[in-house]
Design a protein around this ligand. Structure first.
Ligand code: AKG
Length: 333
């Protein structure tokens, strides 16, 4: 029986990190056959590409070490143990405190001019744009990796029907209108755009098509993942709890499916993923009028604590090329 891919990857890494064979065998889970492992290690040893594998593994080991150094140094700064909440920042302060250092921050008081904060009640939305055709992700409870299956799970409905369901259901993760389904660019939702503000100097109002709408009941969960764009996550109604993890925890990239992590951020399984014992989580809750800056690359897990409506914006004035992510994605080959 061939060894599973994750076991082969783990063995390859351990072998090229010069972990002694006895130590590798001692660390094997009980259900992995030792004879198959020994045979696999022999193929590694005999591989004509052993040098190239060795180079790659050494590079990964050094990147992980560099991440650990950064994290250890960061722990000396108590302000990094929480996500700061700051009242109004100038664009320059925003660049210095959050955007340039790639640090999450909650901006408060900067959405005061958003008409959406006062107008976007469920009744108002049903009345004004209730007929808008929207795509809602359905049956999310049927698979662990629902967000990877967003296209397959999306179904058309109207905003009115969806809002009425949100009001009826107490808490649920079964249905969620997520950013990728259909957003503020949809013709029928365009009347809502005038209700948004612009974060003058931080976001660029001329860059359209980069704002996304999230609508759902209490209980929606977006599992741990990282984006490839900087994101200003603006909470309009309801409350959401974010768990954030610094990308300097490079070990997290060992257990991924595309941009999603196999790790449950709310319940760390340290038995299965021992490196989690060293990983620190930052938790922050946002409510109406809060804008969370989510830096590109930061891992985040999001749970809605009440019926919620959010707009995420990626049209920053000082765009940096975060989309230049030309790495192969595990789980997608
Ligand atoms: O609000 C959510 O459920 C997820 C938000 C998110 O992951 C994002 O904006 O990148």
């Amino acid at each position: 029986m061939p060894l599973p891919r994750d076991v082969r990857t783990w063995l390859t890494e351990a072998w090229f990190r010069d972990v002694p064979v006895e130590q590798i065998l001692a660390a094997l889970p009980a259900n992995v056959p030792v004879t198959a492992v020994k045979a696999f290690l022999r193929t590694l040893e005999a591989s004509p590409h052993a040098e190239e594998f060795g180079d790659l593994v050494s590079r990964i080991a050094r990147l992980e070490w560099q991440g650990r150094i950064r994290l250890q140094a960061g722990r000396l700064d108590p302000t990094r143990r929480t996500v700061p909440r700051v009242q109004r920042l100038t664009p320059r302060q925003f660049i210095e405190r959050a955007y340039a250092p790639n640090r999450p921050i909650v901006l408060t008081g900067m959405m005061n001019d958003w008409k959406a904060l006062r107008r976007w009640t469920w009744a108002f939305l049903s009345k004004t744009v209730g007929d808008a055709p929207v795509e809602v992700m359905e049956h999310r409870e049927t698979t662990d990796f629902y967000d990877l299956n967003v296209n397959r799970l999306s179904e058309p409905t109207t905003l009115r029907e969806f809002i009425s369901w949100i009001q009826r259901v107490k808490t649920s993760n079964a249905r969620y209108m997520v950013a990728r389904n259909n957003g503020l660019d949809a013709e029928a939702l365009k009347p809502l755009r005038g209700d948004l503000g612009f974060f003058g100097g931080i976001l660029d109002r001329r860059r359209e098509g980069l704002s996304y709408l999230w609508v759902g009941p209490a209980g929606t969960v977006t599992p741990l993942h990282h984006d490839t764009a900087n994101n200003l996550f603006c909470q309009v109604r309801g409350r959401k709890r974010f768990i954030l993890i610094d990308p300097a925890n490079a070990e997290l990239l060992r257990d991924v499916l595309s941009y999603y992590s196999l790790i449950d951020a709310e319940n760390f399984d340290v038995q299965r993923f021992p490196y989690l014992a060293q990983v620190e989580r930052l938790t922050v809750t946002v409510g109406p009028g809060d804008a969370l800056f989510l830096p590109a690359g930061w891992w985040h897990h999001v749970r809605a604590l009440s019926p919620s409506l959010s707009v995420s914006m990626t049209n920053f004035t000082r765009l940096i090329d975060t989309h230049d992510a030309s790495f192969p994605l595990p789980g997608r080959r």
